[in-house]
Write a protein that binds this ligand. Structure first.
Ligand code: GTP
Ligand code: MG
Length: 545
């Protein structure tokens, strides 16, 4: 009786694999039975794997990944927006990270003090006169401090300088702790907590963390300054505060020395708390107990310097001199001068708001993943990419354009009277408008939803109230009223108009928000809104609705 060929026999005998798998010609009935049973088991396993792969594929389609890119110039608020995402969607992780920001907040405070000392030093006057910046723009006038009439002297300057001398060493120490100069020695492991005495004793090859999956170690880039080239040398006249002939009052020079965190950085791990015993109460916040008992902890220097820091910041001569030099420290990132007593307290623990205000410049691209419900009981992975916004960082953006779903573009509209740190001939608002135009006209991005944050409206309001006029810096604003409503309406039209006229796809999802991304409550609402827009656009794209 003709029997149908078993499936593997149907293969051509010219197929060497099929030939090898053929049963022997003299196969006994018992052998045949065993072979068929083995083949059937193999098929069952293989079908199971196929089914699993199909289910995985299906699940992936039903649970797509959403990729969001945060774009905008340096200091526009991208990393702060990312922190807000963490606060809303990964609250426990955000809280666990808070203590790690202590070093950054200390450094922000110390640097603000140094900027003041630089600005009020007698040496800085000559530097101001030497500075001459001219605008290259026909639309924006650059009104820098090129013609500054500085008349106020600060009689107590020598006392302040002497009393605050220890901050110089502390600044260097903090920079060193935040940085990992020997990144190419990946066998080092980071201290579970920063060992301040290690750094205080002049060890500069800070241990490096190996991230998960063998990812690179922490890496914070310190732009070359004297502070970073003279590692913890004993204080000498050439390294003492303020730097003679060094940074001037003008923002560009001192800000150029900003500490920045590289995309491969894992610095938070180095600062979160490790080996110390945690109390049950503090275990969930990852808080160690008793860092104030460590005599090498930076808090002791800060605590001792708190009275002269307070006196300096409150000194009316200092305030007057800063006004004359048009330095508004309240507008700079990492402004903690109004909270010196709280920040320098021995048991200071950063609040959510402190973390949002802390400033650490981004280098490269940093990726964060969040699991976010899409409203239909599915959890979607959101990948948010935070990029460095300075001009020399923007080349790193393009590779992320290809498969991104949405862009949150941040334009800090309070910056209409400021210039770029990296190029003082360019007005910041003008730079934002040019960047905005290049994003909306980019063909690679034509399918991408765009959410525009006209950011730092709190600073805008304060600036307008203090009498700074938009038309002094942007003549095309003309005679319109210089109040918050008119100015924001103008910016909404200006940025919205560029999208309307020039966008590579006018049908895309597009929304503008006036934001202050350091404001937790308002930003949380905006983030929900952004989430809904992006999810809807994404579902449309994958034809699920
Ligand atoms: N007052 C106020 N401060 C803000 C606002 N948005 C951001 N900041 C502060 O501005 C500083 C710079 O913000 P970042 O988020 O670090 O800026 P960034 O765009 O990531 O900058 P890069 O990393 O250099 O590209 C931080 O100290 C923030 O706290 C805002 O809306 N209002
Ligand atoms: Mg950043």
């Amino acid at each position: 009786m003709a029997r149908p060929l078993e499936p593997n026999r149907r293969r051509s005998l010219s197929d060497p694999l099929a030939a090898a798998l053929m049963p022997p010609p003299n196969e006994s009935a018992a052998d045949r039975e065993r072979r068929l049973a083995a083949e059937s088991e193999a098929k069952r396993v293989s079908d199971g794997i196929d089914e699993m792969l199909r289910a995985e594929k299906k699940e992936k389609k039903a649970k797509p990944e959403i990729k969001i890119l945060l774009l905008g110039q340096s200091e526009s608020g991208k990393s702060t927006t990312l922190k807000q995402f963490q606060l809303v969607h990964a609250t426990a992780a955000f809280h666990a990270d808070r203590i790690a920001w202590r070093a950054v907040i200390y450094l922000n405070l110390v640097r603000s003090i140094r900027r003041i000392l630089d600005a009020v030093s007698p040496e800085s006057d000559q530097l101001d006169e030497a500075e001459d910046i001219s605008s290259t723009s026909p639309l924006f006038s650059i009104r820098q401090s090129s013609v500054v009439s500085v008349t106020t002297k600060v009689p107590k300057y020598p006392q302040y300088r002497r009393a605050l001398e220890p901050l110089k060493e502390l600044e260097e120490r903090l920079i060193r702790v935040l940085s990992s100069p020997d990144e190419d020695e990946p066998t080092h492991t980071s201290p579970a907590k920063p060992d301040w005495s290690f750094y205080a004793n002049g060890n500069f090859n800070s241990p490096v963390l190996i991230g998960k999956n063998g990812r690179p170690a922490p890496f914070i880039t310190i732009p070359p300054t004297r502070a970073s080239t003279s590692p913890l040398s004993p204080l000498s006249p050439s390294t003492s505060l303020p730097s003679p002939g060094g940074s001037s009052n003008s923002s560009s020079k001192s800000k150029n020395a900003e500490v920045s965190v590289h995309h491969t950085s894992n610095w938070k791990k180095a600062f979160s708390l490790g080996n110390r015993i945690k109390s049950p109460k503090s275990a969930h916040t990852n808080e160690i107990e008793g860092w104030w008992d460590d005599p090498n902890d930076p808090v002791h220097v800060l605590n001792a310097c708190a009275p002269p820091m307070l006196a300096l910041w409150k000194d009316p001569h200092v305030k007057q001199r800063l006004r004359e030099k048009q330095i508004r420290l309240e507008e700079s990132g990492g402004f903690f001068l109004d909270e010196i007593s709280r920040i320098t307290a021995l048991r200071y623990f950063p609040s959510d708001q402190d973390v949002l205000k802390a400033r650490l410049k981004t280098m490269g691209v940093v990726e964060h993943s969040f699991a976010i419900a899409d409203g239909q009981r599915r959890v979607i992975t959101w990948k948010v990419y935070d990029v460095g916004g300075a001009r020399n960082q923007r080349h790193a953006w393009a590779p992320y354009f290809e498969d991104v779903n949405a862009i949150i573009f941040l334009a800090p509209i309070s910056a209409f009277d400021q210039v770029l740190v990296e190029d003082p001939t360019v007005n910041r608002l003008e730079d934002s408008l040019m960047l905005w135009q290049s994003v909306v006209t980019n063909k690679l991005l034509s399918h991408v939803s765009i959410i525009l944050f006209l950011n730092k409206v709190d600073l805008l309001l304060a600036k307008l109230k203090s009498g700074v006029r938009l038309n002094h810096h942007m003549p095309q604003y003309g005679d319109r009223p210089n109040d918050y409503e008119d100015v924001t309406r103008y910016f909404l039209h200006k940025f919205g108009g560029i999208h309307e006229k020039l966008s590579s796809n006018k049908e895309r999802q597009f929304k503008i928000h006036l934001t202050s991304v350091t404001d937790t409550r308002r930003t949380a609402t905006i983030i929900q809104n952004v989430r809904d827009i992006i999810i809807t656009a994404n579902l449309k794209n994958i034809h699920l609705i």
